[in-house]
Design a protein around this ligand. Structure first.
Ligand code: OGA
Ligand code: MN
Length: 223
């Protein structure tokens, strides 16, 4: 890893490796990891700058499901999203950082994570995402969910918390404030979660590590 990458991102490869090892350890022990101040500040600053400068027309209302079963479901979620590509400098840094995470998770947990897809999400005041799972049992498609928060200051009354539930029966959950730098990683099939209504503009990234479920007759696209 070259030095300019470490400078741009604000974290040396040793620091990232230690952090990613901690994520792997948490996933092994309890299936999820919540780490405040995990994302280096220069990286979140560049990502926030990019997402907050995007033109409103670049956002699309978020949907549920993939391709043919894709629906816009206002009752379930009301955020809007923009997919992240490696074609811009902040997008490229984010993709490199998460790829290093992918390699460490594969080495330590043998998950066979193959690809990563992620989008910015913007929750305008009042927007939310009702309780849901990111993947369905047995699909082995989205294996690990990653959420990264970009909001510099998030007060007690700003709402928009992520609530992560231990299982389908859990009604209490763990609340996570969407504060810049916090990284949340969890097994996509196992943890129902929701986003409480935000009281102000809320910027985050949601991403998924996937296994390759292509077959000889059907190519599984990465989205
Ligand atoms: C999602 C999601 C959580 C968050 O986009 O699927 O659950 O805190 N996001 O933004
Ligand atoms: Mn989700």
């Amino acid at each position: 890893m070259n030095t300019s990458f470490a400078t741009d991102i604000g974290q040396t490869s040793e620091q990232s490796a230690a952090l990613f090892a901690k994520v792997a350890c948490d996933i092994r022990e309890r299936g999820y990891s919540i780490l405040p101040e995990a994302l280096p500040e220069p990286l979140t600053r560049q990502l926030l700058q990019q997402v907050s400068n995007l033109d409103e027309t670049e956002f699309v209302a978020a949907g549920i499901g993939r391709q043919s079963d894709f629906v816009h479901e206002q009752r379930i979620r009301s955020d809007e999203i923009v997919w992240i590509t490696g074609d811009t400098p902040p997008g490229a840094l984010w993709c490199q950082w998460t790829d290093q995470l992918r390699l460490i998770l594969n080495r330590q947990l043998l998950l066979g994570l193959f690809s990563f897809e992620s989008h910015y999400s913007h929750y305008a005041p009042g927007a939310y995402y009702a309780r849901h799972l990111d993947a369905f049992k047995g699909e082995r498609n989205r294996v690990l969910s990653v959420v990264a928060y970009l909001n510099p200051e998030w007060g007690d009354n700003d709402g928009g918390e992520l609530v992560l539930y231990a299982n389908q029966e859990d009604a209490t959950g763990v609340k996570v404030r969407p504060q810049r730098g916090t990284l949340v990683v969890f097994l996509s099939e196992d943890f129902p979660h929701q986003v409480l209504p935000a009281q102000r503009d809320r910027y985050a990234i949601a991403g998924w590590f996937r296994t390759n479920t292509s077959t000889a007759t059907r190519i599984d696209p990465p989205r």
